[in-house]
Design a protein around this ligand. Structure first.
Ligand SMILES: Nc1ncnc2c1ncn2[C@@H]1O[C@H](COS(=O)(=O)NC(=O)[C@@H](N)CO)[C@@H](O)[C@H]1O
Length: 424
């Protein structure tokens, strides 16, 4: 959501943002409803003022004037009451339209229609060369008996997963390493719920629009969030925080649930795209200062890169184009790790800066040292998401005998082992 004053004064810029982000929005309709609502409010205020003046005349009126004045007061009351529904309808219509207004993209964002037009910024780490035929992650899991796809499909259908033994310990070792690294970098761990109220999806910006990605619960208003960003972004909803307490920096662990509606046929094998996964989310709520926010963006991007470097995974950083960044972002970079079996880089992290777009929808404000109340700025980035990270991890670290090399940073989390699994 943007400041209505900004929209009134910059309709062209808002229209352009909606166009380049392919967000359906009729700015003229929004401004028309806004004007009509202002006119209605002015009529109501004028009638209320007239009724107040009229009410003051009654005590001083002569007996034959009194009746007329009282009747006039009643008539004004009736007319005001009659305007209520129209006023309410206009306020609701404006609120719905405002929720559709996209954030203005940063001037550095490349124009594009979809992820094929994202721009590679840099590569880090060279993809491995194997002097043997490398296996894909499904075959490696199979070799070590670390998964049980048939049985879990029986229990849970497609896009489910289960990890066993060292495979399960590896998942938690990576999650814990990420949490430790983020804590060292000033991010406080949260262990959060994924069961949230619908309005938290409006606050984060997933609604309106992303309803079909979310699992709902029959007969219950609660829904299952696809990222800890949703609950954490609404933790302070409606509060006014002291500036001295900012920035808030959280490493929020939660399960994440996604229907993956619309992904039919994509990544159906293995661990890339499942309905329930585990994610450590970097979430920041900070002062409304663009320069500081861009520094924070670089910091949370760097945190994720440090985690990938500790895992010794080759990756690249891309800047998302306007058509692949979503409505609420000012700036967005994805990090993609190398997946040997696909010969491609696949997304493992997504880093976003949203300005005050989420804060306006959620009611996240702080009292500045200047004594004024400001909407906060919010940012988020993946810390680590499992099991997807296991795909590049297993494939890049496989040895000729199929065992998995453990990078030094991870060994303390795996009983000191430097290799996992049994040789074929
Ligand atoms: N269906 C899924 N299965 C497994 N991992 C997933 C799935 N969907 C997303 N992820 C992982 O979660 C990461 C973040 O998801 S995201 O939608 O791109 N971005 C967010 O959720 C933001 N809150 C930043 O984390 C992705 O980069 C990917 O690594």
């Amino acid at each position: 959501m943007l400041d209505l004053k900004f929209i009134r004064e910059n309709p062209g810029e808002v229209r352009r943002a909606a166009e380049v982000k392919r967000v359906p929005l009729d700015v003229s309709e929004l401004l028309r409803v806004d004007r009509e609502l202002l006119a209605l409010k002015q009529r109501v205020e004028a009638m209320q003022a007239e009724r107040n003046v009229n009410a003051k005349l009654v005590p001083r009126a002569t007996p034959d004037e009194r009746g007329g004045l009282i009747q006039k007061g009643k008539d004004l009351g009736e007319s005001l009451k009659a305007l209520e529904p129209e006023l309410r309808a206009h306020e609701d219509a404006l609120k719905q339209l405002l929720l559709q207004v996209p954030q203005i993209p940063h001037r550095s964002v490349p124009l594009g229609r979809d992820d094929s037009e994202n721009v590679e910024l840099r590569k880090e780490g060279a993809p491995p060369t194997f002097d043997f035929a490398p296996k894909d992650h499904v075959a490696l899991l199979e070799q070590h008996g670390w998964a049980d796809p048939e049985r879990v499909a029986q229990v849970s259908g497609s896009r489910s997963y289960l990890l066993k033994g060292e495979g399960a310990r590896l998942e938690w070792a990576i999650l814990t390493l990420a949490l430790d690294m983020l804590q060292e970098r000033g991010f406080e761990m949260l262990s959060t719920t994924a069961l949230v109220r619908p309005e938290t999806f409006v606050g984060s910006g997933h609604f309106p629009g992303g309803e079909d990605q979310v699992y709902k619960i029959e007969g219950d208003e609660l829904m299952l969030a696809g990222t800890a960003e949703v609950p954490v972004n609404s933790l302070y909803a409606g509060e006014i925080l002291p500036e001295s307490g900012l920035p808030l920096r959280y490493a929020a662990y939660s399960s994440a649930f996604r229907s993956e509606a619309g992904s039919a046929g994509r990544d159906v094998r293995g661990l890339i795209r499942v309905h329930e996964f585990k994610k450590v989310e970097q979430y920041v709520l900070m002062q409304a200062n663009e320069e500081a926010a861009l520094d924070m963006f670089a910091a949370i991007l760097g945190n994720a890169e440090a985690i990938l470097q500790a895992l010794e995974l080759p990756y690249r950083v891309v800047q998302n184009c306007t058509g692949d960044m979503g409505a609420g972002k000012v700036l967005m970079y994805d990090i993609e790790a190398w997946v040997p079996s696909e010969g491609l880089y696949r997304e493992t992290h997504s880093c976003s800066y949203l300005g005050d777009w989420q804060a306006r929808r959620t009611g996240l404000r702080y009292k500045g040292e200047d004594g004024k109340i400001h909407f906060a700025y919010t940012l988020n980035n993946t810390g680590i998401a499992a099991p997807r990270i296991l795909v590049p991890f297993l494939e890049n670290h496989q040895q000729a005998d199929g065992r998995i090399r453990v990078p030094a940073a991870l060994r303390p989390y795996l009983g000191g082992k430097d290799v996992l699994g049994q040789a074929t």
